[in-house]
Design a protein around this ligand. Structure first.
Ligand code: MN
Length: 186
């Protein structure tokens, strides 16, 4: 089965600058894309095998473990999407500006495959981003088998990277790739 079928069906790839090819590497990559669509949100994506498994996080990540952020599953994206920063044209799916807000690699910190963790609704990973660092969990709290019908939470786990002061989204608003603001990208 083509894991990117849903991704391709939603897009006119002749009209959007978004990438199509997936090129598997040997590192687990993650990306958080700030997406100025009809509602500004943060797309949290982690590599599981040869795709980026994705959640839309309306309020974005927090470094405070007492803050639980809603994470809504979205369709798998190609690995090459991690690098995508640009503007999806008006009238296309997800129209608006996309910023690589954070990017890096991650480690699986549980003794279970990422695929199994996803199926069991509890993923624990250590992020090594430019902004997000340390352990995070993704926890399913609603929905059964179909990933796209589920609801999850993104939660910072306790470690030395915890910060209860400030807001990383406001303190570090610009691109981890280009240093640009949303305005400069658009
Ligand atoms: Mn989005």
């Amino acid at each position: 089965m083509d894991k990117l079928k849903k991704y391709k069906l939603k897009r006119n790839l002749r009209k959007t600058p978004e990438p199509i090819e997936s090129k598997p590497g040997n590192k687990n990559i993650f990306v958080v894309q700030k997406h100025d669509a009809s509602n500004l949100h943060y797309d949290f994506r982690i590599q599981i095998k040869d795709v980026l498994v994705s959640w839309a996080v309306p309020k974005g990540p927090s470094m405070d473990p007492s803050v639980k952020r809603l994470a809504i599953p979205t369709e798998d994206h190609p690995l090459s999407y991690a690098d995508f920063e640009g503007t999806i044209p008006e009238g296309q799916y997800g129209a608006g500006t996309v910023m690589v807000w954070d990017i890096g690699t991650f480690e699986n910190i549980k003794n279970q495959s990422l695929q199994d963790q996803k199926e069991n609704g509890q993923i624990e990973i250590k992020l090594k981003g430019k902004k997000l660092k340390g352990n995070f969990s993704l926890v399913k709290f609603m929905g059964k088998k179909d990933f796209l019908d589920q609801k999850w939470l993104l939660i910072k786990m306790s470690d030395k990277y915890v910060s209860k002061k400030g807001d990383i989204l406001k303190d570090k608003p610009n691109s981890a790739k280009s240093g640009k603001s949303l305005k400069k990208i658009s």
